[in-house]
Design a protein around this ligand. Structure first.
Ligand code: DC
Length: 230
């Protein structure tokens, strides 16, 4: 059904549904899955553990180069949520508020981006992969067979994050989550290196009013019409 489509890039702002959609899509197609956000989170966790200031760009780059990340890239394994680095297997720690609060700064460091992008490309070399992030279609995999840019209204995205946080037992006001989401959007869109934006040839899909399965089906349909008919 999706002949000719082997590498799929999914980008978009925070809480547009990228992760849930990416994983389900990979499972449906029998592809590997890589959430690049957790790679930036893992390096942030390691920097905080080692006391490296998150504005020390060069030390962050050295840290990333010295500690390659291990991820299996299988949507059915725990690797969708977990990553091993420097002998630590990280899961829920990647969502700690200390990581949340510092990951934007770490992801702004060009030497970190350079190293992680190299690791991401290596993973995609094998093909049959769904890769999710902010710069996959623009920088990491500009030749991806299908590029999807997922969007949703700010209100909807904030609502989703708020619900996720409450499900994890966090007490937080919806208004606070809304302002944080806006602030993260601003940082992602305005940073100098690899800002969040749709690739020129990306397909923009607004997920307001759609559930995950509907979004996945739309992408599969799109992949079917994008694939080489030969
Ligand atoms: O998707 P997420 O919230 O787990 O991403 C965490 C941070 O990493 C977020 O600040 C954006 C950044 N990021 C990035 O700069 N490039 C990517 N390809 C993926 C995530």
């Amino acid at each position: 059904m999706v002949r000719g489509v082997s590498v799929i890039a999914i980008d978009g702002p925070v809480a547009a549904g990228k992760t849930a959609v990416g994983r389900k899509l990979a499972r449906a197609l029998g592809f590997g899955y890589l959430d690049t956000g957790i790679m930036y989170r893992a390096i942030t966790w390691l920097a905080l553990k080692n006391g490296i200031p998150v504005d020390d760009t060069n030390s962050l780059g050295e840290l990333a180069r010295a500690n390659p990340l291990e991820m299996a890239g299988d949507p059915d394994s725990i690797s969708g949520d977990r990553v091993s680095v420097a002998g630590h297997t990280l899961g829920p720690e990647l969502r700690d508020s200390s990581v949340d609060g510092n990951v934007s700064a770490v992801s702004m460091a060009s030497p970190v981006r350079k190293e992680l992008v190299a690791q991401q490309r290596q993973t995609a070399d094998k093909g049959k992969i769904v890769m999710v992030g902010r710069d996959i279609g623009t920088v990491v995999l500009p030749d991806a067979d299908l590029k999807v840019f997922l969007t949703a209204s700010l209100e909807k995205r904030a609502q989703r994050r708020w619900q996720e946080m409450r499900d994890r037992g966090e007490e937080i006001e919806l208004f606070t989550v809304l302002s944080e989401t806006l602030a993260r959007d601003k940082k992602d869109r305005n940073r100098e290196d690899s800002p969040l934006k749709p690739a020129e040839d990306a397909w923009e899909l607004n997920t307001d009013g759609l559930d995950i399965q509907q979004v996945v089906q739309k992408i599969i349909n799109r992949a079917g019409s994008t694939g080489d008919p030969k």
